[in-house]
Write a protein that binds this ligand. Structure first.
Ligand SMILES: *Cc1c(COP(=O)(O)O)cnc(C)c1O
Length: 342
């Protein structure tokens, strides 16, 4: 029997044990998308607006950084070291959090598409400069990133600083707690709104978002399946990555591990590769902007929405289903892709 006054929800996952900075003073809204749903003529589509999270141009990395920055501060770090692609939302938001906390931030930029890095690029590349990155070092795809991060941290130490290294995408078990917390938020909002969702659809990249959601939903016995849409890797590889991180996140939480067959990460909308535009992505970004007034992004949420639209129009998602799409943010990069989107 649960102790008196204890709710069924918090009894299965105690996130309050983990130090946390607060970068968003509210729960992000869950909104209906009636015009998009009607245009597609199938499932009832809803959207969780994690594009409205805090920090500079908030998106999914904001939730991970609440736990990661708290750990950095607890260790007495004065410099954050992290990495990402040239238009990385993760680098932008880590830099924003570091600026807010009064810490330096050193970025390693992985040029995943050869020749794509330009110092005068708009979008997140411009914002790295505005928020004052302490350094930006560009390395080619195939570089040993773990070694580069370690070398950067060693350079900070050699100069008398105290580095804290955050992995790409903030995707380690501590960062993924941000999305276990989001799972709790979704379950509470669903209860409060009296709206039951049949499925959650989300972009799957460095895997922390997908893995954290799964760990949280399993801990909460939510009965809400997650369909991930890959933006970079083949299906089996991504599902393995998500499962491993979900298991490690559950271990950190002390909750049951998600099973391998609960991990679904479809790879049909990656196109020619990470961050490379596809006609389906362009159509999805334009349709959601025109029908719902919501800005997606070209690299992640646009491809995830292209997947959702295809699953609905093909009937793979049944007409009666109520689907929640997690908008992970990313619209600050739209201007860097203007030529592809017009
Ligand atoms: C990083 C990112 C994702 C993917 O999240 P992961 O946790 O890396 O899988 C999705 N959307 C946007 C906008 C992102 O910046």
């Amino acid at each position: 029997m649960p102790a008196p006054g204890r709710t069924g929800i918090t009894a299965v996952m105690n996130l309050a044990r983990f130090p946390r900075r607060r970068y968003t003073p509210f729960a992000t809204p869950i909104e209906a998308m009636p015009r998009l749903s009607a245009a597609l003529g199938g499932a009832e589509l809803w959207i969780k607006r994690d594009d409205m999270l805090g920090l500079g141009g908030g998106g999914n990395k904001t939730r991970k950084l609440e736990f990661l920055m708290a750990a950095a501060l607890a260790e007495g770090a004065d410099t954050i070291v992290t990495m990402g692609a040239p238009q990385s939302n993760h680098c932008r938001l880590t830099l924003s959090a570091a600026a807010k906390e009064g810490l330096a931030c050193r970025l390693i930029i992985e040029e995943r598409v050869a020749g794509s890095y330009r110092t005068d690029a708009l979008g997140n590349n411009l914002l790295f400069d505005l928020m004052g990155a302490a350094s930006q070092r560009v390395v080619p795809l195939g570089t040993d990133i773990a070694a580069e991060l370690a070398a950067e941290a060693a350079a900070v130490r050699a100069a008398g600083g105290r580095p804290y290294v955050i992995p790409g995408g903030g995707s380690n078990p501590l960062g993924a707690l941000g999305y276990a917390a989001c799972a709790l938020e979704i379950v509470e909002q669903s209860f409060g709104m009296g709206v039951v969702f049949d499925r959650l659809v989300v972009a799957s990249g460095s895997a922390g978002t997908h893995a954290g959601l799964l760990a949280g939903l399993v801990a909460l016995h939510a009965g809400l399946p997650v369909t991930g849409i890959n933006v970079r890797r083949p299906r089996a590889e991504q599902e393995g990555n998500v499962h491993a991180l979900a298991v490690a996140t559950a271990a950190l939480l002390g909750t049951p591990a998600p099973a391998r067959d609960e991990v679904v990460a479809l790879a049909d909308w990656v196109g020619p590769g990470y961050s490379l535009p596809t006609p389906e992505m362009v159509a999805a970004v334009r349709q959601v902007a025109a029908l719902e007034g919501i800005l997606l992004d070209p690299v992640y949420s646009g491809k995830a929405m292209a997947g959702l639209i295809a699953l609905v129009t093909s009937g793979a998602i049944a007409p009666g289903e109520r689907v929640l799409f997690l908008h992970t943010g990313g619209s600050p990069s739209l201007h860097a892709f203007a030529g592809d989107l017009r």
